[in-house]
Design a protein around this ligand. Structure first.
Ligand code: UTP
Length: 292
């Protein structure tokens, strides 16, 4: 099975749900404790063996390109001041030279359109799509588990996650066929935001995908869907008629950093699990909660 070497990370959305914080700052650059939320997603991709990152950017997103570049003046200053630990952290968090590409979406016409913009950079091979505002925490990391499943089963694979019945009308919901391996099921359909009594399951389509390049032809001819946008889900449903599709049941924690409360929850969760400052952060949060 060809391995998954490239990840498309769409970062061209407007982030209106977290305004005004995102008026000039891309939402993907908002810090979750001590690093931008996008750093966690890139680290997850690297852990899965991804070698090339394709960022689909838009206006006002320059900070992302700068963040993944080396900062020579800063590094020289840290070196001079013997701040070697932080210098090392900076250097290891930066992907290798030549491993990041940036393409402009030009207009926010939807997630499907954003993925289509990466077509030439992806070429004719299976690739991952990672929604950066879905911060997924687990061991092994979600995309790593998915690349292993993909190596065994091929085809297309998406992550799904159980949500309370009262919330199925907020998400794309998976319809399943048979179980093909522990935690892996054949996917027979997807329904956008169904009423809870009509939902085919309680599993929402979360933020990680491994797709075959055939998706691009379908995205190119995809009619506008929900919100007048080109929806990735609509093209995936068409691909499902032609090619095998599986769902990986993710059982870790997902934080939606694209919403204000999801962002707060991610910030708290990742601060208490920080390797150096986690215990102090937890004490601080406990003291704060006691005074509420
Ligand atoms: P969202 O649905 O969260 O949209 O996009 P958004 O515009 O970023 O945020 P809100 O709803 O206005 O607050 C899901 C993912 O798809 C990307 C976003 O950057 C995000 O990673 N996206 C969405 C694009 O790259 N282009 C688009 O046209 C739409």
């Amino acid at each position: 099975m060809p391995c998954v070497r490239k990840a498309v990370i769409p970062v061209a959305g407007l982030g209106t749900r977290v305004l005004p914080a995102t008026k000039v700052m891309p939402k993907e650059m908002l810090p979750v404790f001590d690093r931008p939320s996008l750093q966690y997603v890139v680290d997850e991709a690297r852990a899965a063996g991804i070698e090339h990152f394709v960022f689909v950017t838009g206006r006002q997103k320059y900070a992302i390109e700068d963040y993944f570049d080396r900062a020579y003046e800063l590094e020289a200053t840290l070196q001079k001041k013997s701040k070697t630990a932080i210098l090392q952290k900076l250097q290891t968090s930066t992907p290798a030279a030549g491993s990041c590409s940036f393409v402009r979406q030009q207009a926010p016409l939807g997630l499907g359109h954003a993925v289509l913009c990466a077509r030439d950079l992806v070429g004719d091979e299976p690739f991952a799509v990672m929604l950066p505002d879905m911060l997924m925490v687990s061991d092994p990391p979600c995309l790593q588990a998915m690349t292993r499943i993909h190596a065994d089963h091929g085809g297309n694979l998406i992550s799904v996650e159980q949500v309370p019945a009262s919330q199925v009308d907020r998400y794309g919901i998976a319809d399943f066929g048979e179980i093909v391996a522990p935690g892996v099921r054949r996917l027979s359909g997807m329904v956008e935001k169904p009423a809870s009594d009509q939902a085919p399951s309680r599993h929402m389509i979360s933020g990680r995908y491994i797709l075959e390049p055939g998706i691009f032809d379908l995205l190119e001819t995809q009619d506008l869907g929900a919100g007048g946008e080109i929806q990735l889900t609509d093209a995936m449903v068409r691909l499902m008629d032609q090619r095998p599709f599986h769902a990986y049941e993710f059982t870790g924690r997902t934080y939606d950093t694209g919403s204000k409360l999801g962002y707060l929850e991610a910030f708290l969760a990742l601060s208490v699990s920080h390797d150096e400052l986690g215990a102090q952060a937890a004490d601080m949060i406990r003291r704060f909660a006691d005074n509420l």
